[in-house]
Design a protein around this ligand. Structure first.
Ligand code: GCO
Length: 491
């Protein structure tokens, strides 16, 4: 656990003041000193403001199943999971949580958990089997029904257009390194907003562009399993163009839509106080955290290499950076863990950045062996709100994998997830006290589901899923979170 966890909020704010101030210059008028001097202020327990939204997140391939029903085409994740040796245990998302058929039950779960926002994604090949041409009415109809069910339950739909399940046909035509994909994606974004923009006001264009470009095109551990750094860098640029173009197309359909992207972000902490390591950590932040934020908000790429960024390798042409611009209405942040960073001599491929990232193991580990270190969440939020002032933030994902299963009474006692939530939400509250503008928190995930290359070997849910029977059971953490969502009081 982070070193703050044994302190109550008042003690912790007192001791945090010097630590925070040594990292960041807090904006004038942030009020922290006033808070500390005012003996009437209570910081423990922390209360989230009334308008704060608690929600949960999922993604199409991870929960829907029905992989070839109602005219859905093959996605790169169908192909990947059907290829022997790619996913742990030979698992696939063919059935997953069967949410395509059980979505009503899943909306009921959200209601039981008192949640007011549901982040889900649309499967592109359900809408356009091959990634081009006329939309499939049955695909659109599914998302209409899901959305209407949510609205009926007074739950805000937060819809992600792309959570990694590219139509396989488009991968066959070159995938994300192919510039034409930006146009295809923009058409798809337009189709979906025309069909659903009347009932969905909040959108994420992409989920974790860094993850799907790097793990898919450079590391080869996610679909489409390519291992070519130059192609990966090209893919990042095409995704940035697609983000800008789709944003404009969606706003043309309906200027009132609130549009952002869910970016994966880690707190990049220099492994030592040496200047080389500090610079390497800044480069890691540039490539890992804001590579898809800065082109949108500022029209340029942040410095992620010791020398100039490899714009030629990325296929950047004149006028492209204008295309990438998109004044996103909010930044979605998916936060899981911190990264320690040290400098290495720049080499070929990915090591051209001169960065060595590694996991910290100071805090306890989840069952996925990810370190629990809530303070990193605070640090990251402070940094982002400092670098991109004025843009509202939504936490689009945060969560942990623990394998707790039902006891003989059908109860799932997952105390460690409750501790995790307490720690991370407390740090979120601390950031909000420091004027970070966060308006929503979505737990990853609503329910246990298909965890990509890990198959069903990791469980991130607030709800336990028995994959043999599809029975859902609210875990203790779900009950705890439901209470928080109802009262806003973090106890
Ligand atoms: C991601 C995705 C989710 C994951 C979750 C846990 O971050 O990889 O957005 O689909 O399931 O993050 O790894």
């Amino acid at each position: 656990m982070g070193r703050w966890n044994n302190l109550n909020r008042r003690e912790f704010l007192t001791s945090a003041l010097s630590a925070a101030a040594s990292f960041y210059v807090l904006p004038p008028g942030h009020g922290l000193a006033g808070e500390l001097l005012n003996p009437q202020m209570r910081f423990a327990p922390f209360s989230f403001p009334e308008e704060f939204i608690f929600g949960a997140a999922t993604a199409a391939y991870q929960i829907e199943g029905a992989w070839n029903e109602d005219g859905k085409g093959e996605s790169i994740w169908d192909r990947f999971a059907h290829t022997v040796g790619k996913v742990k245990g030979g698992s696939t998302g063919d059935v997953a949580c069967d949410s395509y058929h059980r979505y009503k039950e899943d909306v009921e779960l959200l209601e039981k958990l008192n949640l007011k926002s549901y982040r889900f994604s649309i499967s592109w090949p359900r809408i356009q089997a091959d990634g081009t041409g006329k939309p499939n009415p049955k695909g659109l109809d599914y998302y209409k029904r899901l959305t209407d069910e949510l609205l009926k339950a007074k739950i805000r739909p937060l819809c992600t257009l792309y959570h990694w399940d590219l139509p396989q046909k488009l991968e066959d035509a070159g995938g994300w390194p192919n510039r034409e994909l930006a146009g295809r994606f923009t058409e798809y974004a337009e189709i979906v907003t025309r069909a659903l923009g009347d009932r969905i006001s909040h959108w994420c264009i992409f989920n974790e562009p860094w993850v799907f470009t790097f793990l898919g095109y450079s590391w080869g551990i996610h679909a489409p399993a390519r291992t070519n750094f130059a192609e990966c860098m090209r893919a990042t640029h095409v995704v940035n163009i697609a983000q800008g173009q789709a944003f404009r197309a969606m706003k043309t359909v309906n200027p009132k839509l609130q549009i952002g992207t869910a970016f994966s972000m880690a707190h990049c902490q220099p492994a030592t106080a040496l200047q080389e390591d500090r610079k390497a950590a800044d480069r890691a932040h540039a490539l890992g955290n804001v590579w898809f934020v800065q082109p949108a908000l500022r029209g340029d790429y942040p410095a992620a290499f010791p020398g100039p960024n490899p714009l030629e390798m990325m296929g950047v042409k004149s006028g492209d950076l204008e295309q990438c611009r998109a004044p996103l209405d909010f930044l979605g942040i998916n936060y899981y863990r911190r990264q320690l960073v040290s400098a290495i001599p720049p080499g070929e491929g990915e090591s051209a950045t001169g960065v060595h990232n590694f996991d910290a193991h100071e805090g306890p580990l989840t069952d996925f062996a990810w370190e629990v270190w809530p303070t990193g969440f605070y640090e990251l939020l402070m940094r982002i709100s400092h670098e991109y002032k004025g843009v509202p933030l939504e936490i689009t994902e945060n969560g942990c994998s623990y394998l707790d299963s039902p006891d003989e009474h059908g109860r799932v006692p997952d105390e460690r997830r409750i501790q995790f939530l307490r720690g991370y939400l407390d740090e979120l509250g601390r950031a909000m006290l420091h004027s970070v503008n966060v308006r929503a928190y979505h737990h990853w995930s609503l329910m246990d589901n298909f965890e990509w290359a890990e198959g069903y070997a990791q469980r991130f849910g607030l709800v336990y899923v028995d994959f043999r029977t599809q029975k859902r059971m609210i875990k203790d953490s779900g009950k705890w979170y439901a209470k928080l969502a109802e009262t806003g009081d973090l106890e």
